[in-house]
Design a protein around this ligand. Structure first.
Ligand SMILES: C[S@@+](CC[C@H](N)C(=O)[O-])C[C@H]1O[C@@H](n2cnc3c(N)ncnc32)[C@H](O)[C@@H]1O
Length: 201
């Protein structure tokens, strides 16, 4: 199991209902289930092929008929959310997908729920969107997976300020994190310079 998956699962609150959105193999949900007591576990993926592995894993754990566990084949933006405090993991998908899902599920705010997000790419665009929502930062981190940096952003309705450049992890002494911060800032500086150099339309 990768550090990313273990770290994502570590941010799930005990006794919440966990939605592993865009779950594919379902490793994040299964890891959280093994780590702590959960009120429920819902796997969601639009691909029936992806969900085959989830069904196999549930069978191996004798969880197929467990009423606390559900598997939904369909778009995450269409699910009906449990009223109990729920934690929604969105990992390994693009920023547009994450924004679409948040808009569709939380048009009236996040309520008692928690979002645990790990986008595929650098998160500046996503953070700009998050700043327009009634959301606060609970935690953020950066982990390595297959030689790539992965950011993790944890949000609730009430939390601290969301920063555009991941200030929450910027002071960590871990050399991987420091390398990431340096490369991220250089990348953003280059993007900003290119934008400024472009003639106005
Ligand atoms: C790369 S996998 C991510 C797997 C896992 N979440 C992880 O981080 O390791 C992306 C999965 O997202 C699913 N997916 C993409 N957009 C989706 C959507 N709008 N609703 C449900 N599933 C979606 C795809 O079918 C695919 O299985």
């Amino acid at each position: 199991m990768s550090d990313r998956i273990r770290r994502l699962a570590s941010f799930v609150r005990p006794h919440s209902v966990l939605y592993d959105l865009c779950c594919d193999h379902g490793y994040i949900g299964l890891t959280a289930w093994d780590q702590k007591p959960l009120a429920g576990l819902v796997f969601v993926d639009q691909s029936p092929n992806a969900l085959r592995a989830v069904h196999e894993a549930l069978k191996a754990r004798a969880l197929t008929d467990d009423p606390r566990v559900q598997v939904i084949n369909g778009p995450a933006e269409k699910i009906k959310l449990d009223a109990r405090p729920s934690d929604l993991v969105m990992a390994g998908v693009g920023i547009r997908t994450i924004v679409t899902i948040i808009r569709a599920l939380f048009s009236e705010g996040l309520g008692p729920h928690r979002l645990i997000i790990c986008p595929e790419k650098n998160s500046l665009e996503l953070r700009s969107f998050l700043l327009t929502q009634t959301l606060g930062l609970v935690a953020e981190d950066v982990v390595m997976e297959a030689e790539r940096f992965r950011e993790i952003i944890v949000l609730e309705e009430k939390g601290g300020p969301i920063h555009l450049l991941g200030e929450g992890y910027a002071n960590r002494q871990d050399p991987h994190v420091q390398n990431f911060v340096v490369s991220l800032r250089a990348w953003y500086a280059a993007v900003t310079k290119n934008r400024e150099a472009r003639p106005a339309p």
